[in-house]
Design a binder for this molecule. Structure first.
Ligand SMILES: NC(=O)c1ccc[n+]([C@@H]2O[C@H](COP(=O)([O-])OP(=O)(O)OC[C@H]3O[C@@H](n4cnc5c(N)ncnc54)[C@H](O)[C@@H]3O)[C@@H](O)[C@H]2O)c1
Length: 433
């Protein structure tokens, strides 16, 4: 609960997996500003490790978020870090109990669910921050500063690439938790709702209409090499396969705990544990023999409010790294690679290159270029001061980004140009998620 003025903000963490641990890590590094006071996590090893890291008494450690919610208001804020399909229910429950919320993306896996979350937050009058970490990087601040200062004139066209990376694609979207629409969500929502949100943010206009194409082109049974086994450990052609789980995760093991190995082993970072996981678990499967159905490449063409246009490409077939962007304005052009921004001025014919101070890399393990801790810093500041303006995307803005993703996916599936529905007005949906 809120203490005397200046006391650290208290946090309860729902889901002590990768994201819950990362967000809570910020509190460990900033004990004068935030303190974790409770956790809900069903997996024993994760729960015990998390409780020990944060010095939580047994009474503050439970296996299921419902048990925590049954206790009423347990902290100033709750960090909802469960898997995609388990966001809306705890978000609504904890908001109704008066907690401010940091909610991982997606807000929900259906449009009705997203609207329900926004309605609950607005009814309760609590602060909501959605995990749109790209907004909070020093690099984004630099891009935004260039655009807002008018150095490009009016942005007329935007071109944005999300290079997922072939190993990240195989890990998360072929073998891992985001490989299926029915158990997680569609790829554009899972991976690129950040980018759709980011484009609207830096261009400074909402996206109004979208068209989209994309497919699961490569990770299909018909592309399985001759003689390949169902599991990499048994596979005679594994040495020649760029998607070898053995090669990838063995290299990860050498680097130590954390993403992406934390999804593969259960807090046991030994060679034996890894071999057992690759032998029996989902991450040892041949990428051509999994039960995945999400796309491995997708493009979205978009029209911003007032007429500017944009194109977005998400693809799994690259080495990874930061997103890359070009913004074409009436008076200048910006090229950005996630770390450095180059601004060409049409009038003077000069180009200026400015480097952002980018901590870490673009991955979850690298803190998303400073976005992870930037988000926590902003959220805790908002809760501590009671000023939601510190959060860079309010509930309606986050809803808007999700509505763009739903519209683009509809456009892809139906082969149409889709108009993005309004995020304004009454948001309460007719039914339950
Ligand atoms: N913002 C970003 O950049 C970003 C990056 C990666 C993931 N995500 C999102 O964050 C969310 C979590 O991802 P993750 O990689 O941490 O997943 P994860 O699987 O590592 O963590 C989820 C945790 O929730 C726990 N859980 C399951 N049921 C629960 C219950 N009833 N009560 C409490 N906890 C429960 C699981 O045991 C697990 O430990 C996902 O929705 C994902 O899409 C966001």
């Amino acid at each position: 609960m809120t203490g005397p003025a200046g006391a650290p903000v208290t946090l309860a963490v729902v889901g002590a997996g990768n994201r819950g641990t990362t967000h809570a890590g910020w509190a460990l590094a900033n004990p004068d500003r935030a303190r974790v006071v409770a956790v809900a996590e069903p997996r024993d090893a994760r729960r015990d490790r998390f409780a020990a890291d944060h010095g939580l008494p047994a009474a503050a450690v439970v296996a299921d978020w419902r048990e925590l919610a049954g206790r009423g208001r347990v902290a100033d804020a709750v960090l909802v870090c469960t898997q995609d399909a388990m966001h809306a229910e705890p978000a609504v429950a904890f908001a109704e109990l008066g907690h401010h919320l940091l909610l991982e993306k997606p807000m929900a896996t259906t449009e009705a669910g997203c609207r329900r979350v926004v309605a609950a937050v607005e009814r309760a009058g609590v602060i909501l921050a959605v995990g749109h970490v790209l907004r909070y990087t020093p690099y984004t601040a630099l891009v935004k500063q260039v655009v807002d200062a008018g150095r490009l004139g009016q942005v007329v066209t935007a071109q944005h690439l999300e290079p997922v990376g072939f190993q990240h694609q195989a890990h998360s979207y072929v073998r891992g938790a985001w490989r299926r629409r029915d158990t997680a969500t569609f790829m554009l929502m899972a991976k690129s709702c950040h980018d759709l949100d980011w484009l609207a943010y830096v261009v400074g206009r909402p996206i109004r209409r979208v068209a989209s194409f994309g497919a699961r082109t490569h990770f299909r049974p018909e592309h399985r090499p001759a003689g390949a086994a169902d599991r990499c450990l048994d596979c005679p052609v594994e040495p020649a396969c760029p998607y070898s789980a053995v090669r990838f995760y063995s290299a990860c093991l050498e680097r130590g705990p954390g993403w992406p190995l934390d999804a593969v082993v259960d807090d046991d970072y030994t060679e034996e544990a890894l071999l057992a996981a690759l032998r029996h678990g989902p991450y040892g499967r041949c990428v051509y023999a999994a039960d995945n159905d999400v796309v491995d490449h997708q493009v979205v063409a978009m029209e911003f409010d007032g007429g500017p246009t944009g194109s977005f490409v998400m693809t799994g077939f690259n080495a990874g790294g930061h997103r890359r962007t070009r913004l074409f304005g009436t008076h200048g052009e910006l090229e950005g690679d996630g770390e450095t921004v180059r601004v060409h001025d049409f009038l003077t014919g000069t180009a200026e290159v400015v480097a952002a101070r980018t901590p870490g890399d673009a991955t979850a393990g690298g803190g998303h270029g400073g976005g992870d801790w930037g988000l926590m810093d902003a959220f805790v500041r908002a809760v501590a001061t009671g000023d939601p303006a510190h959060v860079l995307s309010g509930p309606r803005t986050s809803l808007e980004a999700h509505l763009v993703a739903f519209a683009a996916e509809r456009a892809r599936l139906d082969g149409v140009v889709a108009t993005v529905p309004s995020a304004g007005g009454a948001v309460e949906p007719p039914g339950i998620d």
